[in-house]
Design a protein around this ligand. Structure first.
Ligand SMILES: NC(=O)c1ccc[n+]([C@@H]2O[C@H](COP(=O)([O-])OP(=O)(O)OC[C@H]3O[C@@H](n4cnc5c(N)ncnc54)[C@H](O)[C@@H]3O)[C@@H](O)[C@H]2O)c1
Length: 335
């Protein structure tokens, strides 16, 4: 429930959703359409965007345009045609840490330059507000306790450094030009439509194919996991708010080691034990992330509806029911 004093609804808002053909963005697009908002959906269609993520009908409803947010000319042309919007929600990003370790340049282009172009749109009056979808990874790694929104940033991979850089520009634009920007720092998401290169879909599809689940190092690295629907609801609450007391909001989840995750997924698919292959650890692999999300809970009444252990079964079922989607995703990640 969004507290009444904040609520703009039933105001029908006009949104730009970038990266809306990807994992989280596609669910957010559906949430907005369910609530009858108007959308300009922008996506570059990288390997991470599965064309089956949204039906043709939904793509039409959401005014999908294939555009790279790092290309200011095409972006501005497209947005100008659509007209003034209430809110830009920026999901568009290169999102895989391993790829950023191999080559960070696309991360600089999409995650930093792309965000800059959206901030320029905001500054020039093309939108009234913007929500920058950032990540808990900007805080770095911690052994115990949890980060709150005042904790120092210590990004340690090229991916998290690109996301932290984008945040810094958001802060600079907010401060310098007085534009309305909110930054969210969310934990790891799980749910339908996540690219098969990411840990949970990789574990699920490995089990389907009778392969071992590859796990970095000794599997003790710890992450928090939140269902993608809960993440989208948190962003929606922020988007529908006329005001907020802060401009950064953590969104947390339930903490597990990678080994725990492999065991839970295996048990849910009726395997007695996870069949694991320990592989050479990721360079500079952060040990643990954990965020304190009391701010968004108390201010916006948000709390997760989905518990990992009970919701993972439905996620597994979704992958089982969508072999065509998996085939496309597997082909795309090899590009
Ligand atoms: N998945 C998670 O667990 C998680 C957690 C916290 C934060 N985030 C953040 O949420 C956002 C969405 O993550 P996701 O998991 O859905 O990622 P994803 O990789 O599934 O989707 C990203 C989408 O952005 C598009 N894109 C990439 N570069 C673009 C560009 N230059 N112009 C236009 N579109 C572009 C891709 O085509 C893709 O559709 C990202 O910003 C990510 O940093 C993700």
């Amino acid at each position: 429930m969004i507290p009444e004093q904040y609520l703009l609804y039933p105001y029908r808002m006009r949104f730009i959703v970038t990266g809306g053909m990807g994992f989280i963005g596609s669910h957010f697009v559906e949430l907005l359409l369910e609530n009858e908002h108007e959308i300009l959906l922008i996506d570059k269609m990288t390997y991470a965007a599965n064309p089956l993520n949204l039906s043709q009908e939904v793509q039409n409803q959401a005014n999908f345009r294939k555009i790279d947010i790092a290309d200011a000319i095409s972006l501005n042309e497209c947005v100008e045609k659509f007209g003034l919007v209430d809110c830009i929600v920026n999901f568009a990003a290169e999102s895989h840490v391993d790829r950023s370790i191999k080559n960070s340049m696309p991360f600089i282009e999409s995650n930093i330059k792309g965000t800059m172009n959206l901030l320029e749109l905001l500054r020039n009056g093309g939108a009234k507000s913007m929500i920058q979808i950032s990540t808990d990874e900007v805080y770095g790694s911690l052994d115990t306790g949890s980060w709150d929104e005042q904790s120092n940033l210590d990004p340690r991979s090229p991916y998290s450094a690109s996301k932290a850089s984008a945040e810094m520009m958001c802060n600079a634009y907010r401060n310098t030009y007085g534009v309305k920007v909110i930054v969210t720092r969310c934990a790891n998401n799980f749910g339908p439509r996540q690219s098969v290169e990411k840990f949970i879909p990789l574990a699920i599809t490995s089990i389907f194919n009778g392969n071992q689940i590859p796990i970095y190092g000794d599997g003790s690295n710890r992450r928090e996991w939140v269902h993608v629907f809960d993440h989208c609801q948190a962003i929606y609450n922020l988007a529908m708010a006329e005001k907020s007391n802060h401009y950064i909001y953590n969104i947390g989840g339930k903490e597990f080691s990678n080994l725990n995750i492999a065991e839970i997924i295996s048990k849910t698919t009726n395997k007695e034990h996870a069949n694991i292959e320990f592989v050479t650890d990721r360079l500079g692999h952060d040990f643990r992330y954990s965020v304190n999300d009391e701010r968004i809970r108390s201010e916006f009444g948000w709390k997760p509806k989905y518990d990992f252990e009970s919701a993972i079964g439905e996620t597994i079922d979704w992958y089982r029911s969508n072999p065509e989607w998996i085939k496309i995703s597997q082909k795309q990640v090899k590009k």
